[in-house]
Design a protein. Structure first.
Length: 337
């Protein structure tokens, strides 16, 4: 039987997938601002690897005008623009052959309607890319997991065990499906996502991220008044006594910087942890505030062989996410004989 495994995000990419923001009921008065931010992210990533922007029918010209010639734009039916969660999760077999796992998508527990086009987009993308589709009946968003490519997956109980995702599945059944579809052998459950992350119910990409084998960057707000000050320390305590699938203790890099800013009259948190690893680069959401510099320095030290680039993403945060949330890597496949 062919065994597929999801590679780590730092593995070589063929490119990056993004989706153009058009949902007026989500973005409201910041729609123009967020289009500019998505385009800035796309152009930043395109300095490292090819970017394909998927736009809803009729919106390709708008996307091209914002993104420029360095970003490919195609049209496919979409409801929303969070490809970390609705696009396929790509996996490779032992020979380097690529496939895409098509998990179900229900808009983070039915928080936005409609979402039927986003539930179908994985299959459409895989067909367009000529990549084998592996179907799963489990509802799963890519932002709810981080993998090391060597058998370990980290997630949060707050998200995956929420009854609005898979109420008919037990924790053990979820683990079995993750192991079967993504080729992991160990699932690490952290208790908490972000308290303010009511949109995704606590995705792990606001909590921690694998950055190398046996190495994890953890959000650890330094301010005792931060709503996640104690919660993230409880998560860190779990990681301190955890070994990965290879039996290694985890090296933990603390990311203490946090920043809040105001968008459209609302206070939003820009998460430095919610970054994208490109070929040779790290694209990080920033807010244009003094805290940015220290956070970028932490991530630069964690990725000594990559160029770290900050991109303003306050409006993306207003919508409920960051750079990681709006991107999905396509790992490079090795040629078959």
């Amino acid at each position: 039987m062919t065994v597929f495994r999801m590679p780590a995000e730092w593995s070589e990419h063929e490119g990056c997938l993004m989706a153009w923001p058009t949902r007026a009921d989500l973005w409201d008065s910041v729609l123009d601002q967020v289009k500019g931010e998505y385009a800035d992210v796309a152009r930043a990533i395109a300095e490292f690897e090819p970017v394909t922007m998927v736009a809803p029918p009729g919106h390709a010209a708008d996307a091209r005008a914002h993104c420029g010639d360095g970003v490919e734009v195609i049209e496919l039916p979409l409801d929303d623009s969070w490809f970390r969660d609705s696009a396929p999760l790509f996996v490779l077999d032992g020979d380097g052959r690529r496939a895409g796992v098509d998990f179900r998508f229900n808009a983070w527990g039915g928080k936005h309607h409609p979402y039927d086009a986003d539930d179908r987009i994985s299959g459409l993308l895989l067909d367009r890319l000529g990549v084998e589709r592996i179907a799963s009946d489990m509802i799963l968003e890519g932002g709810s997991i981080t993998v090391d490519g060597e058998g370990t997956l980290i997630t949060t109980e707050q998200c995956l065990l929420h009854p609005n995702r898979n109420p008919g599945m037990s924790r053990e059944e979820m683990e079995a499906e993750l192991k079967s579809r993504l080729g992991v052998t160990k699932v690490v459950w952290l208790p908490y996502g972000g308290l303010l992350d009511t949109e995704t119910d606590g995705h792990v990409d606001g909590v921690c991220a694998f950055v190398a084998p046996g190495k994890v960057v953890v959000s650890l707000p330094a301010d005792p008044a931060h709503p996640d000050h104690a919660r993230m320390r409880a998560n860190r305590a779990v990681l301190e006594v955890t070994t990965d699938a290879q039996g290694r203790p985890l090296e933990i890099v603390d990311l203490p910087q946090t920043v809040f800013t105001r968008v459209a009259g609302e206070e939003v948190e820009v998460s430095y942890l919610n970054h994208y690893l490109a070929n040779g680069g790290v694209v990080v959401p920033v807010a244009g505030l003094p805290e940015d510099e220290a956070a970028l320095a932490v991530l630069a030290a964690a990725h000594p062989d990559r160029k770290v680039v900050g991109v303003r993403a306050a409006a993306v945060a207003y919508g409920g996410g960051g750079v990681h949330c709006i991107t999905q890597q396509i790992p490079a496949a090795r040629p078959t004989a």
